[in-house]
Design a binder for this molecule. Structure first.
Ligand code: SF4
Length: 433
């Protein structure tokens, strides 16, 4: 059995989205009342493209292009603020992702924070998350983050082995990555997260452990371990023609050894990917599946049953075209692409969102929201309980250790036939099958 089928980063996947007609954002805005909301800004710029990446990010953009993008984000922000004003929307989390947000110049970073502070309302204890990469992390930029109140800095390191970094086509070297991590730690942010990848061709359980030991010596509050997926549009997929880079048996051994090591170092495992320690680490929504509004091009908004974003693209040309379209847009309030979830899909989403992250799926919460029980709606949960992948503890359905390691095999089984059909259709029309 291959446990590495698909990362259920969010549900439904963007490839199941399509054109929307006659949808008014106004009708969904009451969902953004109160303070249980997240704001996300997508900055789709990177210095180089990593070999495994098919995210919405582009390379080779001049400073003036980033300026134009920020100008457009400012315009979009003001339009959203006007829409939200009657609803008293308060955001409890601000996430700045990408791309590589710290690719911005210092002046652009300051301008970005001004845009995000002006007019949006936040809770007093809001979390503020930003992503960076080793090559773009400088003392001056970290000072700006500190001043802006960033609470979590997340850096993709992926490996401390030069060979493995080369295989992944990462821009940075191992020494630079370690210097950047030490520098970030010296700023005393409440939470520092580092991402690593396993299942890299040539990687062994020992080389992964060496990488993790180096990481742990810097005492990050969180460590994420990602299996190497090389998806449509990633350059490594073209190099390894069949796209099958990851060897499941080896990857699973690496995962198990890495997990045991991190637990022995005091890290608690919250999901297949997330290891966390210390009281400071905030509750963190791995799948960005709450109510969340996205600014910029490439990010997704989740407003009740309405999920929307620009059409999914994995090619450089597609990203560049959408970027230009976003920059030239005058009215950001029209919704033309996304998905409207039926109640059945909302139930599936709820189960995926909660089950794959500890403490798991709270039975009373589900019953209160849907007036039914999760096992009645998704009978496969009973099968997983019998098989020992899910246990029932203190009112929660929780993945067992065996279940956690199989998250990328269990999760995809919760995809509905209709969503599966749409995803396949997207692959077919874009020439990926
Ligand atoms: S993985 Fe991250 S840093 Fe690398 S190209 Fe993709 S968005 Fe940029």
């Amino acid at each position: 059995m291959n446990p590495y089928i698909q990362y259920m980063y969010s549900y439904p996947h963007k490839t199941a989205y399509g054109p929307l007609e006659g949808i008014s954002l106004h009708d969904f805005l009451p969902c953004l009342q109160g303070s249980q909301n997240g704001l996300y800004l997508h900055l789709p710029f990177c210095r180089t493209k990593c070999g495994y990446c098919n995210l919405f990010s582009v390379t080779g953009q001049k400073e003036e292009q980033v300026d134009r993008y920020l100008e457009a984000v400012g315009r979009q922000s003001r339009q959203y603020q006007e829409l939200l004003a009657p609803y008293g929307t308060v955001f409890q989390e601000l996430v700045i992702g990408g791309g590589t947000p710290l690719l911005l110049t210092e002046g652009q970073l300051e301008r970005m924070f001004r845009i995000l502070e002006d007019g949006f309302v936040y809770t007093k204890d809001r979390g503020m998350v930003i992503e960076t990469s080793p090559g773009e992390t400088s003392r001056e930029k970290l000072k700006i983050l500190k001043q802006a109140g960033v609470t979590r800095v997340s850096m993709g390191i992926q490996s401390f082995s030069e060979e493995e970094l080369g295989t992944l086509r990462r821009q940075h070297g191992a020494v630079r990555a370690e210097e950047a991590l030490a520098l970030i730690k010296s700023f005393d942010f409440p939470c520092v997260n580092v991402d690593f990848i396993y299942g890299i061709p040539g990687q062994t359980a020992d080389s992964l452990l060496e990488t993790l030991k180096k990481a742990v010596s810097h005492e990050p509050e969180e460590i994420f371990l990602y299996p190497l997926y090389v998806k449509h549009g990633a350059s490594l997929q073209r190099e390894w023609k069949d796209g099958q880079v990851l060897h499941p048996e080896e990857a699973l051994i690496q995962y198990r050894e890495a997990g045991a090591y991190l637990r022995s170092e005091g890290y608690r495992q919250d999901s297949m990917r997330r290891f966390v320690r210390g009281k400071e680490a905030r509750a963190y929504s791995e799948c960005s599946m709450g109510t969340s509004l996205a600014l910029g091009c490439g990010g997704r908004s989740y407003v009740g049953a309405l999920h929307f974003c620009s059409p999914y693209t994995v090619t450089r040309q597609g990203c560049l075209e959408q970027l230009e379209r976003f920059i030239r847009t005058e009215d950001y309030t029209g919704i033309t692409h996304g998905i409207l979830l039926t109640e059945e899909e909302q139930k599936r989403r709820y189960v995926i969102r909660h089950l794959l992250i500890r403490p798991g799926l709270w039975l009373s919460g589900y019953e209160k929201q849907f007036k039914s029980s999760p096992a009645d709606d998704s009978p496969i949960l009973n099968v997983w309980m019998e098989q020992g992948y899910v246990s029932r503890e203190s009112g929660y359905l929780t993945l067992t250790e065996a279940g956690l390691s199989l998250s990328d095999w269990l999760g995809p089984q919760l995809i509905s036939e209709e969503v599966r059909r749409k995803m396949k259709e997207w692959e077919r029309t874009h020439g990926w099958t």
